[in-house]
Design a protein around this ligand. Sequence first.
Ligand code: ADP
Ligand code: MG
Length: 731
Amino acid sequence: MFKLDTNIQEIKGIPPKFAKKLSTLKIETVKDLLWHFPARYEDYSKIYNVEELIPGQQATIKGEVQKINTKRTWRRQMLITEARIADMTGVIRAVWWNQPYIENSLRIGTVANFAGKIREDGDGFYFSNPAYEMIRSNKETRHTARLVPIYPETRGLTSKGIRFLMKPILERSEEIKEFIPKKILEERGLPEINRAISAIHFPITIEAALNAKKRFVFEELFLLQLLNMKQRQAMAKEKAPTLTVNNEEFQKIINSLPFPLTQAQTRVLTEIFNDLKKPTPMNRLLQGDVGSGKTVVAALAALAFAYNNYQTAFMAPTEILARQHYETFKKLLAPLNQKVGIALLTSNEAKVFGENDLEEETTKKKAKEAVENGKIKIVLGTHALIQKDVLFNRIGLAIIDEQHRFGVRQRSQLLKSVQKEKLLPHLLSMSATPIPRTLTLTIFGDLDLSVIDEMPKGRQPIITKVVAPENRGKAYAFIKAQVKAGRQVFVICPRIESSSENEKSSLSPMPHTPYPSSWADIKNVTEEYEKLSKKIFPDLKVAMLHGKLKPKEKGEIMSAFASSSAKAMGDKKGSADKKNKIDLLVSTSVVEVGVDIPNATIMMIEGADRFGLAQLYQFRGRVGRGEHQSFCLLFTNSSSKSTKERLGALVTAKNGFELAEMDLKIRGPGEFLGSSQTGMPDIAMRALQNMELIKEGRSAAEAVLAKSSDLKKYPSLRIRTAEFEKIIHPE
Ligand code: ADP
Ligand code: MG
């Protein structure tokens, strides 16, 4: 009997090499192995006659090896093992590539099952790389003549290898303890855990496999909801500083803004301030389309805390953004008569403003001291820095910009790291990622939600076009005309530089590479910069930006790009003689999030199919922020149906939420968000398409907590929930 925590390497009979490979897949124990689920199943449950086989089909036959030999192809230096398999009705070839050892096990005269795909070439039909299994009487087959599980194959571990191990270990492992209350499973027709594990690996019918899978999906959604509800309970017990607001004074601040707030901004501001006036920590997500004006809302909250003598940590995902927020705050503070000390802190620079004793350009050490002794009220920085290095004197509010970039993990870390006081800071997360509301409630179910669903007045919708390759010249001419009129242009490329064949795997820069095209076709910033600056636009000022530049260089390029922008704002007509420091910026995805350049009107995206829709949407949000008509030009070499669908969705969707719904339909939520960004387990991400199951998960969590709010009545569920929490919020 194997215990679930038995290490696979200790099991006799398992080749150490195999155990090592499993370990690279993070499969160390019996439990890990049992929870390594098939990606799909192939139906080999019927044994076919050779004469019935047709190309394209997945099939199992039972036959005798009549001939087998291995030869080397002279062109590609591959080893091909070819066998002739015969049954009563005919003969078919079986072909394996680079597996010469097969010749040793499949001797002439061997009778075996062969399962795999039938293909056709000039010599007729053949089995391509079939799985095979010798027929021994009275033994159930593992690989053939049944529903065969296909595991995700990685790093030289074949599905067959995993099946080989799975069956005996499954049969001889200890009973797994069920942790979901029986009633909850029964009410939903879901299998008990031991049955589910067995059925997910070796199902008798496909229905049994699907129902087993459903159980595991339900399980995670159930636990997720349980955790969310528990976190809400826990948060309600914590204490946070209460904010007092002098309404009259605050209205003055709002009036001093360069623009009137939109109704939506005013509404969410009220929602947020109502939370902040309460003595329990706020935990709120502020959602709003790109450009909807979240920053000013957050800034007003930070300012209110500063006036209450509390500090705010404002975290951005990139240094570029942190610097931009710092500049925004400076502008916001300038017309106010009350001084508020603010600081910019990134790993490469420190700045301080509104603090008498310090120069603006200062050292990190000095800036941190000023935070520690409470002179600085608002600290803007990258999250890594604020979480790790900075001690606050009296923190009241933590703001996380572009929240989806952080993930749940950092969120909980942050709360811990800043909690030097007895009081927990309020937490405001902001995200432009348009997550449909139902998803939000599940993923961030422990958060309250505020939505800015209105754009500032005067914004014109961005004109989005997928540009056919033959119209590239026209697009360049259009860009040139826009620049001549004083506007600025982004050109986004998927990669930094061209790379040789063998760098492929190590240099996959995109988190979203849903439809890989040939590597050589993918545009890179370096070459594109050369081409655009020397050949296409020799008379324009072209600059290049990517993640490998030094942060200081990045900052300088961004501020050069932005500086003309500031001028252009006051320049209503956009006169032709106005000089931009940079006309056209060729960049990787580093400009993706939050960058605010109102004078930029063209976002040109190369290799648009290489990016996720959420990312494309973010890119497009970089333009259309000023009063000029803006354009998003999408280029792609891919003509696949899904590329067309996805880019088409970007063209037609009226707002981010609509786009999210469309993308959800086309690709599913995992693709849209990327599980690493949300801290969600993959399986639950996929499950989010299944609203029914989400509801089931919620009703089950409610039922359980209603019976026992601390889960003491459900000891194994309590343990499992704690384990699950560690996965979702690792220390
Ligand atoms: P996001 O919500 O994407 O973070 P920002 O906060 O960067 O958007 O705001 C985008 C731009 O809109 C900024 O230039 C900001 O100054 C401007 N803005 C914000 N609110 C308003 C408003 N009520 N009226 C006009 N412009 C606004
Ligand atoms: Mg923003």
